[in-house]
Write a protein that binds this ligand. Structure first.
Ligand code: NAG
Ligand code: NAG
Ligand code: NAG
Ligand code: NAG
Ligand code: NAG
Ligand code: NAG
Length: 266
């Protein structure tokens, strides 16, 4: 069982990184600060708990070794990092809350703003997965694609798409950049603020259509919406949920579990 779980862990590390970025963005939004230029980009956070922080930092300098033949992975270090992460994270369980976690009308506290509350709506409840979207899903390789722009003109699209599982951030556009970023998505995050920034706040029908088209292209991949971080995005989350239901989109919604957040905060 443990060895099976290990296989997931490179992806798990990636998800953690996405998660931390998401958290940073949530905080930024809360403070209503200026442009979120690096939105979706991956980065390590200072708030990463100490023990794993150390190992991951060590990882970033030693996990890949450059030599004349190119980059080589340090497998023993990979195992060490996996072991460390599995001490506090169960990726399959923590990736999303499930339907049985709540009932409609339940009131929960925002994770990063304990004084404010969210009322679990009927729509939100109906979109919670019955079981973890990662249950029994095991992959040999994964690609995590950030949004910094570093892939522009890279021609990496084909290579990215060869991976068994492709993780993307913040509903990034792919069609326009497919040659550089690929077009396969198995797991994509979406901060509620994307509705405002990339889809005009759904002010008119064409904004909504554009959004529905984007989600249709995701097919049945996992759409991961951090809905329980801070107050402010709940209206957007509700609009998104309503559009998914109304258009019977196949996308598999997931909402990061409260436990995930507490677990990685230590
Ligand atoms: C992390 O470790 C440093 C020293 O290594 C310590 O000063 C700091 O308080 C620790 N932070 C947490 C959150 O444990
Ligand atoms: C690989 O990582 C281990 C730590 O697990 C470290 O001791 C070793 O020096 C690293 N190997 C290389 C070639 O960097
Ligand atoms: C939560 O929302 C439902 C439906 O909108 C409403 O009936 C219920 O009273 C609300 N509960 C709280 C505690 O606000
Ligand atoms: C997008 O994906 C399809 C397969 O789903 C593939 O045939 C096509 O070449 C891809 N487009 C680009 C630009 O990579
Ligand atoms: C809809 O709103 C967007 C801005 O959010 C605007 O660019 C576009 O022209 C509008 N379309 C229509 C049909 O009003
Ligand atoms: C959508 O998903 C189904 C089932 O996974 C697959 O057969 C189909 O090719 C996918 N379509 C696209 C456009 O990716």
């Amino acid at each position: 069982m443990r060895s099976v779980r290990k296989r997931w862990t490179v992806c798990t590390i990636s998800l953690l990184l996405i998660f931390y970025k998401t958290k940073e963005i949530a905080r930024t939004e809360e403070r209503q600060e200026a442009p979120l230029a690096g939105d979706g980009e991956l980065s390590l956070s200072r708030s990463m708990i100490n023990s794993s922080d150390k190992i991951i930092r060590k990882g970033s300098s030693a996990i890949f070794q450059h030599s004349v033949e190119g980059w080589k992975i340090n497998s023993s270090l990979v195992l060490e990092i996996r072991k460390s992460i599995l001490r506090f994270l169960d990726a399959e369980r923590d990736v999303s809350v499930v339907k049985s976690s709540f009932k409609p009308g339940d009131v929960i506290h925002y994770v990063l703003d304990r004084r404010r509350t969210l009322n679990i709506s009927q729509d939100l409840h109906s979109l919670l997965p019955e079981v973890s979207p990662m249950k029994n899903r095991r992959f040999k390789t994964c690609a995590v694609v950030g949004n910094s722009g570093i892939l522009l003109d890279s021609g990496c699209g084909k290579e990215i798409d060869t991976h068994d599982f492709v993780i993307r951030c913040n509903l990034a556009p792919v069609v326009e950049f497919a040659a550089d970023v690929g077009n396969k998505s198995d797991f994509i995050t979406m901060n509620p603020s994307v509705v405002q920034r990339a889809f005009g706040g759904f002010r008119n029908e064409s904004d909504r259509e554009k959004f529905v088209r984007r989600l249709s292209m995701l097919n049945d991949s996992v759409l991961w919406i951090p809905a329980f971080m801070v107050k402010g995005g709940e209206k957007h989350v509700e609009w998104v949920n309503a559009l998914i239901l109304k258009n019977k989109l196949k996308v598999r919604t997931a909402y990061p579990s409260l436990r995930l957040i507490h677990a990685v905060r230590g």
